[in-house]
Write a protein that binds this ligand. Structure first.
Ligand code: SF4
Length: 357
């Protein structure tokens, strides 16, 4: 069945998919054709063929980490966010070091090997809050993934440090890698719609480049399902691939869709086939990014399972805590393993660095 959709486009994309599978880099017009095409089954099949070429068809990976939402004070005002609280409102929270340590130890006890330290952009927090937290977490033998580009950028400004100088201090304290958060869609037009106070796409890429050069790898993502156009999606993909050519620190790409968090933000229902087309497109276009992740937390189990047959090789989960999104994720290691086994794969646990256990 062909989807009936405004993006219906009769171009035969099979030659473009064949080009990617023959090892030729796709250009932006190829990507535009793929992301406009209703032929999602061919795209997903080609994405899966490329996944099999890179990683085989046997193994799919998972990881176990705890998300710690350390503060919900934020002065960025993303239009889609319901997590933040106003600075000085006295309603929000910032977790003290003791609470952070309690959560770290609980996570360790549950078998996690990493803390994903995620919060609002809180201009009241001094650098020592982060360095103390990172030292404590790393001191318990846990990997620290923290600070999206906007948090890094703003903290450097506040502390009157260059971004590379700040990253050295944070790395010395224990920071091990950075999340791809805050990218959403990297075009000027969509930045205005989503979060005009966040970094421009140029600053986002430049800050990520500094992280990569400092030896702090991470992920990159897209969050779609709002008012973006195919041009926005293509620009976003091109900016990420260009950045990866320069600094090479993106270990994986993760396609997300916007969640209904607030009534003020227009989201549309992303059809399952559209999501699978995105996964396949990513696997074919990002010839320089090793892994594609699907998020069970956002998509649910059935669609994530199909994503593993459309180009993805990792499910990221399990996640012990997530306040920003209502979690649909896997809760235990056993659940992650049986989920992947039932999906037809040999489950392998990995670290956040993608090193296998
Ligand atoms: S999404 Fe993050 S940066 Fe944006 S307003 Fe919410 S907490 Fe702040």
């Amino acid at each position: 069945m062909q989807p009936s959709d405004a993006s219906r486009n009769s171009t035969d994309i099979r030659p473009i998919l064949g080009k990617a599978l023959a090892g030729t880099r796709l250009d932006r017009s190829d990507l535009e054709a793929i992301l406009s095409s209703p032929d999602w089954t061919s795209i997903a099949a080609a994405g899966h063929a490329e996944r099999v070429r890179r990683h085989g068809d046997r193994v799919a990976t998972w990881t176990a980490f705890r998300v710690v939402n350390y503060t919900n004070f934020c002065d960025i005002d993303c239009s889609f966010c319901s997590f933040k609280d106003e600075i000085e409102s006295h309603r929000g929270y910032t977790l003290p070091l003791e609470e952070l340590e309690k959560k770290t130890l609980e996570a360790k006890e549950l078998g996690c090997d990493a803390i994903f330290f995620q919060g609002g952009v809180n201009p009241k927090l001094p650098l020592s809050y982060y360095t103390d937290a990172f030292r404590m977490i790393a001191g318990h033998g846990m990997h620290v993934r923290a600070l999206s580009p906007v948090e890094v950028f703003r903290l450097a400004q506040k502390e009157n440090l260059s971004v590379p100088a700040l990253l050295e201090v944070l790395k010395e304290a224990g920071l091990g890698s950075v999340p791809g958060a805050g990218a959403e869609i990297l075009t000027d037009r969509m930045r205005q719609v989503l979060s005009p106070k966040k970094l421009s796409w140029q600053d986002w890429c430049e800050t990520m480049g500094h992280c990569h050069r400092a030896g702090l790898p991470g992920t990159c993502n897209i969050v779609f399902g709002s008012t973006e156009t195919v041009d926005d999606l293509v620009d976003h993909f091109c900016f990420l691939r260009d950045q990866q050519d320069k600094t090479g620190g993106f270990l994986s790409f993760v396609p997300w869709v916007f969640q209904p968090q607030t009534r003020n933000f227009p989201i549309r229902h992303v059809k399952s086939w559209e999501y699978l087309r995105m996964v396949g497109a990513a696997r074919l276009f990002f010839d320089n990014i090793p892994h594609i992740e699907v998020s069970i937390m956002v998509l649910g189990r059935e669609l994530a399972e199909l994503g593993l047959y459309a180009g993805a090789d990792d499910i990221s989960s399990i996640v012990i805590e997530e306040n920003v999104l209502a979690s649909r994720g896997l809760k235990t290691m056993r659940a992650a393993e049986s989920y992947l086994r039932e999906a037809g794969f040999e489950p392998r646990r990995r670290k956040l660095s993608y090193e296998l256990y």
